[in-house]
Design a protein around this ligand. Structure first.
Ligand code: RNT
Ligand code: ZN
Length: 419
C-alpha cells in the first residue's frame, strides 16, 4: 500500500470517528501501550528443550506437521524476532519451564534454576521483549493423571519443588527486567472417567499450592496466576483445577486468575467474566485462544468472541489490570504466520474497542434508549478502523495490510523450510 493512500484513508477515518466524539490518536496511543504476551509454544508445537522428542501429554494436543518448526533455542529466538518485526508495538514473551537453556544436559523439573533461563533474560534485555513464565506440569513421566494433587506424597513433593523453583525463576526474570513477571500455573490433573475422590484431590491441590505459596515474593517481581479448565483430552470427566476451584483460590489468596478462552463450556465466553473478576482479584491474566467446538487452541482470528473480550477489557476502564497473553498451537500451518495473524487480530480487536464512543453509548443506555445503543453498536462495525490500524503500522515501520504475508513467505523459503 502506498504511504500517501494510507495517510489519506487515515485522515478520512479520523474525521468520521471525530464526528462520533472519538479521538483516534488517543486510541492509537493506548493500543501502543498494550503489550501482548506472546506464547513461545506455537513455534515448536509445545515440544520445549527438556526432552523435545518426548510425547506431549496433559490432555493438550498440537495437530498437524507443517514443516519448519523451531528445533533449537536459536531457531525459536529467530522466529520470535521475525514475528516482532512484523507487528507494531512492544510485546512480551511467555516461556514455559521446559524451554530452558539446558546446554544439552538433562535437567529435571525439580532441578531447574534461574541460570537455565539466563540466556533468555539476556535476549529479553537485547530485544526489549519482557518475559513471562509458566511452570510445566505436563509431558513428564511423573505427571500421569495427577501431579500436585496426587495421592502419592513423593509425586506431590516433586511437583511442589518444581513450582517453588518456577516461582524463583519468574521472580528473577521480573527482577532483571524491572517489571513483574507473570507466572502462570496450569495443572492438568484430572481423570477420563467418573471420579469418586473429587474433594480429596482438590484438598491436595490446595494444600500443595498453599505450601509452596508460603514463600513470599514481592509482586514487584512476581505475579502468580492460576488457570482453570473444564476438561482435557483424557480428563473429560474431572479436572481438579476447575473454575470454581481457582476462582476461589485466587480470591482467597488475592492472586491473579487466568481466563483461557477455551476452558469453559462450548458456548460460554470469557468476555463477561472480566467485569466480575476485576472486583475480586487484583488483576486478570488472559489466554486468548480460539476453541473450535472444544479447547482446540486454534489460531486467534478476529471473531465476535475476541471483539467482545476486547470491548470488556476497554469498557472496564482497567486495561492495565488485564494482561493479554496468547495460547494456541496450530502445527498444520506456517507457524510464524500463525503468530502474526493471531497477534494482529488481537490488536485489531483491541483497536476497535478503543475506537468506541463508550460514553455516548452509556448515555443512551442510561436514558433507556436501547434502539439507539443497538444502532450505534451496529454502525460501529462498519467504521474504518482498519485504516487506523494501517496507519499505526506505518507509523511503527512494520508491514501494512497484507504486506506481512510475503515477508513470511520469504522467511519460509529462506529459513524455516530448510530446517
Ligand atoms: C492447557 C492450558 C495451558 C497450556 C499452555 C501450554 O489447556 O490452556 O495454558 O495451553 O500452558
Ligand atoms: Zn491456557
Amino acid at each position: 500500500m502506498k504511504e500517501e493512500q494510507i495517510k489519506k484513508e487515515f485522515a478520512a477515518a479520523k474525521e468520521k470517528y471525530a464526528a462520533l466524539g472519538v479521538d483516534v490518536e488517543k486510541a492509537i496511543e493506548k493500543l501502543n501501550n498494550v503489550s501482548i504476551s506472546i506464547h513461545c509454544w506455537q513455534s515448536d508445537d509445545v515440544s520445549g528443550f527438556e526432552n523435545p522428542e518426548g510425547e506431549l501429554t496433559g490432555g493438550i494436543q498440537a495437530t498437524g506437521n507443517y514443516p519448519g518448526k523451531a528445533n533449537t533455542i536459536d531457531e525459536l529466538k529467530n522466529d520470535i524476532e521475525k514475528v516482532l518485526e512484523l507487528i507494531p508495538g512492544k510485546h512480551r514473551l511467555s516461556l514455559h519451564a521446559i524451554y530452558g537453556d539446558f546446554g544439552g544436559e538433562f535437567v529435571d523439573r525439580d532441578q531447574i534454576e534461574p541460570k537455565h533461563f539466563q540466556t533468555w533474560m539476556d535476549w529479553a534485555k537485547k530485544t526489549g521483549a519482557k518475559l513471562d513464565f509458566n511452570s510445566t506440569f505436563f509431558s513428564h513421566p511423573k505427571s500421569g493423571n495427577y501431579s500436585l494433587s496426587s495421592f502419592d506424597p513423593e509425586i506431590r513433593n516433586f511437583w511442589k519443588e518444581h513450582l517453588r523453583r518456577c516461582r524463583r525463576i519468574a521472580a528473577e526474570m521480573g527482577r532483571q527486567q524491572g517489571d513483574a513477571c507473570i507466572h502462570n500455573i496450569w495443572v492438568h490433573d484430572g481423570e477420563k472417567d467418573k471420579t469418586v475422590s473429587r474433594i480429596q484431590h482438590r484438598e491436595l491441590l490446595k494444600e500443595s499450592l498453599d505450601e509452596v505459596m508460603t514463600e513470599k515474593i514481592s509482586t514487584d517481581y512476581l505475579k502468580d496466576s492460576v488457570e482453570c479448565k473444564l476438561f482435557g483430552i483424557g480428563s473429560e470427566s474431572y479436572v481438579v483445577g476447575s473454575h470454581e476451584f481457582y476462582m476461589g483460590y485466587a480470591v482467597k489468596n488475592n492472586m491473579l486468575l487466568t481466563l483461557d478462552a477455551g476452558h469453559f463450556h462450548p458456548t460460554e465466553g470469557i468476555a463477561d467474566k472480566i467485569s466480575s473478576m476485576l472486583l475480586f482479584v487484583p488483576e486478570v491474566n488472559l489466554h486468548v485462544s480460539r476453541p473450535e467446538r472444544w479447547d482446540s487452541d486454534h489460531v486467534v482470528i478476529l471473531n465476535d468472541a475476541l471483539l467482545e473480550l476486547s470491548q470488556e477489557i476497554v469498557r472496564s476502564g482497567q486495561m492495565e489490570k488485564v494482561h493479554i497473553g496468547l495460547d494456541y498451537f496450530d502445527a498444520s500451518i506456517n507457524r510464524i504466520g500463525a503468530y502474526v495473524v493471531g497477534i494482529r487480530s488481537t490488536q485489531k480487536a483491541m483497536l476497535q474497542a478503543l475506537l468506541e464512543p463508550t460514553e455516548k453509548l452509556r448515555e443512551y443506555e442510561k436514558r433507556d434508549n436501547n434502539f439507539q445503543r443497538m444502532a450505534y453498536l451496529e454502525e460501529l462495525k462498519a467504521m474504518p478502523w482498519n485504516a487506523v490500524y494501517n496507519y499505526y503500522c506505518l507509523q511503527q515501520g512494520v508491514p501494512v495490510g497484507d504486506e506481512y504475508i510475503q515477508e513470511i513467505e520469504k522467511y519460509e523459503s529462506e529459513v524455516t523450510s530448510k530446517r
